[in-house]
Design a protein around this ligand. Structure first.
Ligand code: PEP
Ligand code: CO
Length: 449
């Protein structure tokens, strides 16, 4: 079948939110179509080159950010703190893996959420679920929960503001990589950080700085690239009205580029091979991620990868596995083997968040630091045993002091203190840094062994 920007409209559309005013939707989509893009095809192609190198084991990918970004959190400190923790984690991973790290934020557009249940009932009243700020609002009133097409424009504007700030920080020397004392960016003095963690991070960054100075002294060109702080953006490509409105051809290139983000991904709930999302994403030039959970049959995953990248293009696909710590050793090997046997090119990335959810007795969604770490470590081991490479990690995190995940300094009793996520629980600053150090230790041990 021939692909068109709107050929997805003829397919079953999972997680459709059902706009009740088609005329208003058409007007908004028309407006979005004419607005300048958030990213460019050059950046998209550059990311594809980097991901292609990561597929060969030459780079490592770090993807992270909120489960659900909100318009209210489009604030300078919150955005900067998210970049800071991603930057710090990337330094730890560069040091441990001895490879450059590709930084990809879940930001500037992570505003749409798939829901297991399309409606929510409270005190006898049933309303549509909250599908993220791209769609509706979280307040439990009929007006707030109505899918409003104008939210698409509002979210687009906030994505643009976020990205503008991210780019300015990155270009303006957000962190001068020659000075490890700048890399902590004020975080290291925080009282809640255990001394051991602080010391470990300090040691890592000092060694990294010394190595950079040495490489520079011998005129190594890679230094220039290592020290340039670049962030790419990603979000789940859930609302196809929004994504297709910003999908276009560009001068002097063939094919269509989705220009709301560098790297969209297809979620676990929308990767139906005959569905609208796969139809849409098979036609664009971007690097595309696809989430693969414990229920995916290996043969179906192979078919999905074939559909999404018929030419098996280097750098095109990122397979983000999220099996859960308990299942990963059983579910991952047959999947990886099937993909390898079929000769499909992917970058294997581990999302240790979405297979490890649990609910406390008081009804809070949480995740345990130990489960998250266990899935990561087991995923490294599975790939090592099969001779494949785990080329990246994917986290839900924030630079804020939230209390949403258990472990890494927090117990279940702490969760009520600062639980701010409107969707899934995120790692806080300390938990995220600790996790990077633990993953780093695992990677260095793997490299030695
Ligand atoms: C997510 O990444 O926020 C998400 C919903 O993940 P998944 O599709 O893997 O469940
Ligand atoms: Co999530």
């Amino acid at each position: 079948m021939i692909w068109r920007v709107d050929s997805w409209t003829g397919k079953p559309y999972a997680q459709d939110v059902g706009y009740d005013d088609p005329e208003a939707l058409r007007a908004v989509v028309g407006k979005l179509r004419g607005l300048p893009p958030l990213v460019t095809s050059w950046e998209v192609e550059r990311l594809k080159e980097l991901v292609a190198e990561a597929q060969e084991g030459k780079r490592f990918l770090l993807q992270g950010g909120d489960c659900a970004e909100t318009l209210a959190d489009c604030q300078p400190a919150i955005i900067a703190n998210k970049l800071k923790i991603l930057l710090q984690m990337s330094l730890v991973l560069i040091h441990a893996s001895k490879r450059p790290v590709i930084r990809v934020g879940r930001l500037a557009g992570q505003y749409a959420k798939p829901r297991s249940n399309p409606t929510e009932t409270r005190d006898g009243m049933t309303l549509p679920s909250y599908f993220g700020d791209l769609i509706n609002q979280s307040d439990f009133t009929p007006a707030a929960r109505r899918a409003d097409p104008r939210a698409l424009l509002d979210a687009y504007g906030h994505a643009a503001m976020t990205l503008n700030f991210v780019r300015s920080l990155a270009i303006g020397g957000f962190a001068d990589m020659h000075h490890p004392e700048y890399w902590d960016l004020g975080f290291m003095s925080r009282a809640d950080l255990p001394d051991a963690l602080r010391a470990q991070y300090r040691e890592t960054t000092e060694r990294l700085a010394a190595a950079l100075h040495f490489m520079e002294a011998i005129g190594e060109r890679a230094v220039e690239e290592l020290t340039r702080v670049t962030f790419y953006t990603s979000h789940e490509g859930l609302n196809l009205h929004y994504e297709s409105a910003q999908t276009r051809t560009v001068p002097r290139r063939s094919g269509h580029y989705l220009l709301t983000t560098h790297m969209p991904w297809i979620g676990e709930r929308t990767r139906e091979i005959d569905g609208a999302h796969v139809e849409f994403f098979r036609g664009i030039e971007n690097v595309v991620g696809v989430k693969l959970g414990p229920r995916v049959a290996p043969d179906d995953a192979v078919r999905l990868l074939e559909v999404l990248s018929p030419k098996n293009e280097p750098g095109k696909l990122v397979a983000i596995t999220r099996m859960g710590a308990a299942e990963v050793e059983r579910r991952l090997p047959p999947l990886v083997e099937a993909v390898r046997r079929a000769g499909r090119r992917v970058l294997w990335v581990c999302d240790p968040m979405h297979g490890n959810g649990m609910t406390t007795v008081t009804g809070l969604k949480t995740r345990s630091f130990d489960d998250i770490l266990a899935e990561l470590e087991r995923t490294f081991d599975v790939h090592a045993a099969l001779g494949t490479v785990l080329g990246g990690v994917h986290f839900e995190l924030t630079g804020e002091d939230v209390t949403e995940c258990i472990g890494g300094g927090l117990s279940e009793a702490d969760l009520d203190r600062r639980y701010l996520s409107v969707c899934d629980p995120r790692l806080n600053y300390r938990q995220a840094l600790e996790l990077a150090l633990r993953v780093g230790a695992k990677m260095s041990a793997g490299a030695r062994g």
